[in-house]
Design a protein around this ligand. Structure first.
Ligand code: ATP
Ligand code: MG
Length: 112
């Protein structure tokens, strides 16, 4: 199992959420976050000019999925989240050791 952590533009959340649901994704977690990337929170960088970084509102979506669905989920997020402008966001992929459904005690793939 894998966890995808997607940092995206807030305005893209609804579209991505709907696309994931349509693809049969069974659960997501969404958090409002603050962050900056290479442009330090600006929409463009001015060469040679020192700027103080500032934090922009972003959305973090966490999705735990089966290994064989990973590529499909990544595809959906990248296609839906991309505008082509700086600040479109990033995906971080991690291995997940265990998932446990609290209500039933189900573990592993059954619990996703
Ligand atoms: N290396 C990183 N570690 C943790 N969070 C990051 C990292 N890079 C980006 N982020 C998060 O993703 C958000 C969007 O990043 P962003 O898309 O601006 O990345 P970038 O590398 O600057 O790419 P681009 O040049 O396309 O803007 C940031 O505001 C931050 O929350
Ligand atoms: Mg950036």
């Amino acid at each position: 199992m894998k966890k995808i952590e997607a940092i995206i533009r807030p305005g893209k959340l609804d579209e991505i959420k709907d696309a994931l649901a349509a693809a049969g994704i069974l659960g997501i977690t969404v958090t409002h976050v603050l962050g900056f990337g290479r442009q330090k929170g600006y929409t463009q960088i001015y060469r040679g000019q020192e700027v103080v970084s500032h934090l922009l509102s972003k959305i973090k979506i966490e999705i735990v999925t089966l290994d064989d669905k990973l590529d499909e989920v990544i595809d959906i997020i990248v296609k839906t989240a991309r505008t082509g402008q700086v600040g479109d966001g990033k995906l971080f992929i991690q291995n997940v050791d265990e998932v446990i459904r609290i209500r039933t005690g189900d573990k592993g793939e059954k619990a996703i």
